[in-house]
Ligand binder design. Structure first.
Ligand code: ADP
Length: 186
């Protein structure tokens, strides 16, 4: 699971990890944007919140992620990007993946000004300045506490996401190898 503020590089790193390990990338942002684009019922439900940079409800997100993680392509692993974003989602993730092998939590920490710089050059539909500001506010109000939640469980690796992408990739690989090794020795 990759954790961090908008613009931390989670999407890029999740793509690389998925390709390297042949596991699906499960990005809740991508799933929601696709639902909006396809005009599904889910898409109609979440469109407004997505455009405002507000969080989709925990109920909906937990259902979406548990359904996705119930699909057979996730049996040998997956990389999760964008979930959990609240304490309630974090608690549910432990239930969802319970008994499935180690859950490795990697947080990317990035300076606030670097985040703004990256997002304002990305050009996604919800990357207008006022929406970026809202998403960063939501991150510090609702999502940052999730970092503490995993810290208290000592189940997290915090990495410096300000570094070049290749260095971050190497650090993620090392963190996952370490955590998986530890889990199989215990
Ligand atoms: P970013 O790249 O800014 O981190 P994402 O692509 O992960 O953004 O998510 C885009 C939007 O999708 C969020 O602003 C939010 O509206 C919604 N969203 C994604 N994941 C979640 C989640 N786990 N809980 C609630 N809302 C979510």
């Amino acid at each position: 699971m990759l954790f961090g503020p908008p613009g931390a590089g989670k999407g890029t790193q999740a793509d690389r990890f998925a390709a390297r390990h042949g596991v699906p990338k499960i990005s809740t942002g991508d799933m929601l944007r696709k639902a909006v684009h396809d005009g599904t019922e889910l898409g109609r439900l979440v469109k407004d919140r997505l455009e405002r940079g507000a969080l989709v409800s925990d109920d909906l997100m937990i259902r979406l992620v548990s359904e996705r993680l119930g699909e057979p392509d996730t049996t040998h692993g997956f990389v999760l990007d964008g979930f959990p974003r609240t304490i309630e989602q974090a608690a549910s993730l432990e239930t969802i993946v319970g008994g499935r092998g180690p859950l490795v939590v990697v947080a990317l920490v990035v300076h606030a000004d670097e985040v703004v710089r990256r997002l304002s050059t990305r050009g996604r539909h919800d990357d207008e300045e006022w929406v970026i500001r809202e998403r960063l506010q939501v991150y510090s109000d609702s999502t940052e506490p999730v970092l503490e939640y995993f810290r208290r469980r000592k189940a997290i690796t915090v990495l410096d996401g300000n570094r070049p992408p290749d260095e971050v990739t190497d650090a993620i690989e090392a963190a996952v190898a370490h955590a998986v090794g530890r889990a199989s020795n215990s």
